[in-house]
Design a binder for this molecule. Structure first.
Ligand code: ATP
Ligand code: MG
Length: 286
């Protein structure tokens, strides 16, 4: 029987869509339409186990799954024995303490003897200990953000991404305790065959992440403007310069970060570049 790597992913929720998209872009087809618990991938020696995210770290630590994709927050909270094999760059969020907007909070000592509602008691406990603060942790599993409004707690400790949930519940973020993102985790004692499949998976993920936010840019440049155009591109790894059929012109190819694209493009035009073409980059193998 051929060895397959079993990977646990969230069956529904915030990480599900990005996880399946990542696998698809990595050339691994998973029939997510069939709502089965365990699905064999096509074109890659992988089987996908669909679980609630809470169950993923332990399932990997126990070796029921070989690998998993889960939020770093969930892994840290559970302290499960699984290694972080790769950071995936999506599902970004932070775990923060928030207090009612009007509270006279100045520093962590405000939390002394207060009641804090959270779904992440272990991370919170560790933070409070590190700060030498004693508080009462009240564990609730959902809708933590309403806990202060209904008088259940003085503060909350919860996931924050944009902060809009806090604002709409009259809360103010006062301490960022940890940053989180989705991570690929692995059972620490994988067989050599499974480790090889995991490494191939990481290789493909890296190629996709390497291309994220980057564009392939081509432009026509008259020879006399070449130096100033290349000057604008300095700091970028070796642009390609090729002669055009038309005498006195060349074509410059390079990779630009999408973030700085508009600013760069204005300067390139000023330097003499024309006919600037921008193409998406799908994958980048370094
Ligand atoms: P499940 O039903 O699988 O237990 P859940 O309700 O516990 O799902 P989700 O809300 O789907 O969890 O969130 C999964 C993960 O997505 C979080 O643990 C966190 O790592 C990440 N995440 C990113 N942004 C946010 C956000 N704004 N709110 C909640 N989770 C977020
Ligand atoms: Mg959950």
């Amino acid at each position: 029987m051929n060895t397959r790597l079993r990977i646990a992913v969230q069956s529904k929720g915030r990480l599900n869509e990005d996880t399946l998209r990542l696998l698809t872009e990595a050339g691994i087809k998973v029939e997510a339409g069939r709502r089965a618990l365990l699905v064999e991938a096509r074109k890659f020696p992988l089987e996908v186990l669909f679980l609630r995210d809470d169950d993923i770290p332990q399932t990997v630590a126990d070796g029921v799954a070989d690998a998993g994709i889960v939020g770093m927050n969930e892994l840290t909270e559970q302290g499960a024995r699984a290694e972080v094999a790769h950071r995936l760059g999506f599902g970004g969020c932070r775990l923060s303490i928030a207090v009612p907007k009007e509270a006279d909070y100045t520093d962590v000592s405000w939390l002394e003897n207060k009641k804090i509602a959270t779904s992440y008691p272990n991370i919170l406990q560790r933070f409070l200990e590190s700060q030498g603060v004693h508080a009462h942790i009240h564990v609730i599993t959902g809708s933590v953000e309403i806990a202060t409004g209904i008088g259940l707690a003085d503060a909350i400790f919860d996931i924050v991404s944009s902060g809009s949930t806090l604002v709409s519940n009259n809360l103010r973020e006062v301490e960022v305790v940890m940053q989180s993102e989705a991570v690929l985790i692995a059972q620490p004692e994988l067989s050599a065959e499974k480790r090889e499949i995991l490494d191939e998976l990481i290789f493909r993920f890296k190629a996709l992440q390497g291309a994220a936010g980057k564009k392939y840019v081509l432009m026509n440049v008259p020879k006399e403007a070449l130096d100033s155009v290349l000057h604008e591109l300095s700091g970028i790894k070796s642009p390609t310069v090729m002669p055009l059929a038309q005498e006195g012109w060349c074509s410059v190819h390079t990779v630009l970060e999408e973030d700085s694209f508009w600013e760069k493009v204005g300067r390139l035009k000023e330097a003499g570049a024309q006919g600037i073409l921008v193409l998406p980059i799908e994958k980048m193998v370094l």
